[in-house]
Design a binder for this molecule. Structure first.
Ligand SMILES: [Fe+2]
Ligand SMILES: [Fe+2]
Length: 295
């Protein structure tokens, strides 16, 4: 339900932004803690920005769906590149979202709160003719049109957050490597509509950056991971408080690392631990000595 215009003082809205749980390689301690925080603090909504599973196996989805349906608050779930059937190519192409059916109503679901909406933007695709592998993002014209139509359906004073799996940065700054196809166009369209922030995952380190687009600034908020696939920060999730037109982010974690030490200064290519020079690393620098397992 859309909120009505009113000049009265409203209470802040509190969201938990979780990402990259990767059931199959989840961090049990971090996940139990996040679940307890949700049960105790009851945020207005939980946005999960994709990569629920490691390899989209049936057992991993079962665990993910069970965990998510146990959360007694409004939840929206984005699909990540790890959530596409990996071993079964027939299913990947013809029924890529079948394994989500237990949480179907939450997948790509819009959440409407008081004068604030969380609008989904799909960035994970079942195949990309432009390149292989298909792990990075692609904002198709259709996905962008759906997102913009959903935004435009709201009254002008509605604050909009967009939830996507991949950060929308189109090219890596240091060498121009292609990250999210059509990212620049999407960011300009969202900035032009005064979107408050784009929430994303995929990177496994938190960030809170503002991009300059041809249509104005666009805030990009990334959540860390609740899995054992660590990049340069301990497991975390974002607490986001929206008070009027002010949005604050805290990267909460079990190690009590302050938020500025958790956030990376730029968007890297992927969630692999930074090994080369020039790769963004968080100040806490919790880079694992060996790359996390991929199974
Ligand atoms: Fe991930
Ligand atoms: Fe991902």
């Amino acid at each position: 339900m859309h909120g009505k215009v009113s000049s009265g003082r409203r209470s802040p809205i509190r969201l938990f932004h979780l990402s990259d749980i990767h059931f199959g390689l989840e961090d049990r301690r971090a996940l139990d803690w996040a679940e307890a925080c949700i049960a105790r603090e009851r945020p207005d909504a939980v946005a999960i920005t994709g990569d629920l599973t490691m390899r989209a196996r049936h057992g991993e989805f079962r665990a993910a769906c069970e965990w998510i349906t146990g959360l007694d608050v409004p939840v929206t779930v984005e699909i990540g590149n790890h959530d596409m059937p990996y071993f079964n190519l027939f299913e990947r192409f013809f029924a890529p979202f079948r394994r989500f059916r237990a949480i179907k109503r939450m997948v790509d679901a819009e959440i409407d709160l008081e004068r604030l909406a969380i609008v989904p933007l799909q960035t994970a695709t079942r195949a990309q003719w432009q390149r292989f592998p298909w792990s990075n993002g692609w904002v198709t014209d259709r996905a962008l049109a759906d997102c913009l139509a959903a935004i435009d359906a709201h009254p002008k004073d509605t604050r909009i957050l967009v939830a996507a799996h991949h950060p929308l940065t189109e090219r890596r700054e240091r060498d121009g490597k292609l990250l999210t196809i059509n990212g620049t166009k999407a960011m300009e369209a969202l900035a032009g509509r005064q979107v408050m922030a784009v929430l994303s995952g995929h990177i496994h380190d938190p960030f809170d950056l503002t991009a300059d687009t041809a249509a104005g600034p666009l805030r990009m908020i990334g959540a860390g991971t609740l899995s054992r696939r660590i990049r340069s920060t301990p497991p975390s999730f974002n607490e986001i408080v929206i008070d009027g037109d002010v949005l604050r982010v805290e990267a909460r974690n079990l190690d009590q690392v302050p938020t500025p030490e958790m956030q990376i200064p730029d968007v890297p290519e992927n969630a692999m631990p930074p090994r080369g020079t020039g790769e963004p690393v968080s100040p806490v620098g919790a880079v694992p000595p060996v790359d996390p397992p991929v199974h």
